[in-house]
Design a protein around this ligand. Structure first.
Ligand SMILES: [Zn+2]
Length: 286
């Protein structure tokens, strides 16, 4: 009697369930538990499998590349464009990089290029490890020292190349107190300096009609360095120095003969001369 009176006065949601309801609830709980267990089992299996496969499939370089790609994607999502072209690109109104480049509008935000192209990057070896008479090994970072009263201040500079291997390439230079920021700066300027490269076949030995070489002979100059790029038939490869090769590769040129003049050990000018020559592939067209 007492118990009954008490339950009557209790709020509805606190009423004890009937034995039948209890059974039903228990049953439901059990099936839910089973389902969760199954899902978890599957997930565990997947993780174990991935963990087993990972060391075989991925090298450190690949993992790093993936991480950088992810970071890049996240950066693009959170990008707030400041220029009109940037706003149009982010909104998906402007999808053609060539339209922007041909419109002679300056690209002021690297994210524009990142959004529209699948870029690959490389570093030009502009530096040299210590070793007199040019005997040092080439490196990506050039180190310079400035003497002050407090001591020596180190500065690092880097030169980056970006390209989509489909007729777009850019080279940039960056300076900072540390190596990684120097690389970041050079990558950023490389994207802002992007140019369009026309490719063709145009060689008398080859009539494949594929865009694998320069459309005609082009000359470029920077400082004392001069470079000439001549069309070559399929299979020739890039008959140029290693640093010039990097630029042509990222531009999407597979075969070319090159000749250089001047102080070509200044890699910096050699690379700039190459870019200068590549701009001629579109300028003579008009
Ligand atoms: Zn050809």
């Amino acid at each position: 009697m007492m118990a009954k009176e008490e339950t009557v006065n209790e709020p509805k949601d606190l009423v004890e369930p009937t034995p039948e309801e209890m059974k039903k609830m228990e049953k439901e709980e059990k099936t839910a538990e089973k389902m969760i267990e199954k899902v978890e089992e599957k997930e565990d299996e997947k993780m174990v499998k991935e963990a087993e496969e990972e060391p075989k499939k991925k090298t450190f370089a690949e993992i790093r590349k993936e991480r950088e790609k992810k970071e890049q994607e996240e950066k693009l999502v959170s990008w707030v464009p400041k220029t009109q072209i940037g706003k149009d690109v982010k909104a998906g109104k402007e999808k053609d990089i060539d339209e922007i480049l041909d419109g002679r509008k300056r690209i002021l935000e690297p994210e524009i290029v990142d959004t529209l192209l699948k870029l690959e990057t490389d570093l030009v070896l502009i530096g040299q490890a210590k070793g007199k008479f040019g005997g040092g090994k080439r490196r990506a970072w050039r180190q310079t020292q400035k003497k002050t009263k407090e001591g020596n201040i180190l500065t690092f500079s880097a030169m980056a190349i970006v390209g989509d291997k489909k007729g777009h390439v850019g080279v940039g230079y960056g300076k900072a107190k540390e190596t990684l920021p120097a690389r970041e700066k050079s990558l950023r300027t490389a994207k802002l300096n992007l140019i369009r490269v026309r490719r063709g076949c145009a060689h008398f030995d080859c009539s494949c009609d594929e865009p694998h070489t320069v459309p005609y002979e082009v000359n470029g100059k920077s400082g004392s360095v001069k470079i000439r790029l001549t069309p070559a038939p399929q299979g020739t490869g890039l008959v140029v120095g290693d640093e010039v090769k990097k630029v042509l590769k990222l531009a999407g040129i597979k075969d070319v003969y090159g000749t250089t003049k001047g102080h070509v050990r200044t890699t910096f000018n050699l690379v700039k001369a190459t870019i200068n020559a590549l701009t001629k592939t579109t300028k003579l067209e008009k």
